[in-house]
Ligand binder design. Structure first.
Ligand code: PMP
Length: 355
């Protein structure tokens, strides 16, 4: 068995993979593959309906919000958000917490005036900036709840009068949130929800229709809402696998149960990093991510041999992002506690060998 610590596309539950594989050959006894059924068929409409209602149920989405499945990844949301929510002569506030936030800021410049309210760039994003002011006239405040590359996470969300727009690509469904605190939430599927190809957007309806510009249909939230995520052919398979993963979360007891497991998993790894003399954590302790655990070695020359041993022990995907270096263990929802134990054991074995 491989222990998949990959940052994304990330690990999916084994049973979801088995069900998905079976549906590729015969979807729900239709005699057709999930890959070849019409998106307008009642069978797929049922999948879409269930996926949307599971999102609403698992996150307790209140009335007045729409849930849509789109394409283009979280990266297209960097542009769709300002296209739909930021009028040309207006400002929007951005919390600059790394590469993904920067890509969002870059796109916002095309549509209006993004203002960076705070950054931790000087320290290579090892902390979440806390004290900052959001301009009163900002159309929204954009944040990245979990910074996949650096391993930082917002453990509480800013309280502002501006609607909060949040890139939750790498921690959606990993912890309970109060959707009413947000104006818009988006997430690429490929970490905690499903395969790449589907992007989830949850948007407060009354934020829409105010951008004062024509918006092409495929980039217009309202168009996708009005068409139940079927304005064009949706990514049928990615939505199906996401729906199965959401069912899996529900069967496990919902997001609150997953959150407990995630906290226990993260605690076990951070404890070993802090205890083991060969390793050290990268980020400010209070901002450590429960999803992406970044660490380095006290002696950088030991990093290669450690990676080699980890590979020999079937640990996959722990090399850090090219812009951060070191190691990154991504411990998404579907990663079992046994994989955490396997990583801890390898760290201990390595320390024993390199005393
Ligand atoms: N935001 C975050 C926080 C991410 O981790 C990623 C991808 N790793 C993205 C955005 C970009 O997502 P996509 O590849 O779906 O465009």
């Amino acid at each position: 068995m491989k222990h998949n610590f990959g940052a994304g596309p990330g690990i999916l539950p084994q049973e979801v993979l088995k069900q998905s594989a079976a549906a590729v050959l015969d979807f729900n006894g239709t005699g057709l593959s999930i890959l070849e059924i019409s998106h307008r068929s009642p069978e797929f409409e049922a999948v879409m309906d269930e996926a949307v209602s599971l999102v609403k149920e698992l996150l307790a989405v209140p009335d007045g919000y729409s849930v849509v499945f789109l394409q283009g990844g979280a990266s297209l949301q960097f542009a769709m958000v300002p296209y739909n929510l930021l009028p040309q002569n207006k400002t929007a506030a951005y919390l600059e917490t790394g590469v993904w936030a920067n890509k969002a800021i870059k796109e916002a410049k095309i549509f209006g005036t993004p203002v960076v309210v705070a950054t931790d760039k000087e320290e290579n994003y090892i902390k979440i900036p806390k004290n900052y002011e959001v301009p009163e006239d900002a159309s929204y405040l954009h944040i990245t709840s979990n910074n996949t590359i650096y391993g930082t996470q917002l453990h509480s969300f800013p309280k502002t009068t501006a609607p909060l727009v949040c890139d939750m690509s790498s921690d959606i469904f990993s912890r309970t949130i109060n959707v009413a605190d947000f104006g818009l939430i988006y997430a690429g599927a490929q970490k905690n929800m499903g395969p790449a190809g589907a992007t989830l957007v949850i948007v407060k309806n009354d934020l829409l229709g105010k951008a004062e510009r024509p918006i092409p249909s495929m980039l217009n939230y309202q168009m996708h809402i009005d068409n139940g995520s079927m304005y064009n052919t949706p990514p049928v398979f990615a939505i199906y696998v996401s729906m199965l993963t959401l069912r899996w979360i529900k069967a496990k007891g919902g997001v609150a149960m997953i959150e407990k497991e995630n906290e226990a998993k993260a605690k076990a790894i951070y404890a070993e990093i802090d205890r083991n003399p060969l390793f050290k954590g990268v980020c400010a302790e209070e901002d450590r991510s429960v999803m992406n655990v970044c660490f380095v070695m006290e002696k950088p020359e030991l990093e290669k041999p450690f990676l080699k041993l980890a590979e020999e022990r079937n640990l996959v995907g722990i090399k850090g992002h090219r812009s951060a270096g070191g190691f990154r263990a991504s411990i998404y929802n579907a990663l079992p506690i046994e994989s955490i134990r396997a990583l801890v054991e390898v760290m201990q074995e390595f320390a024993e060998k390199n005393k």
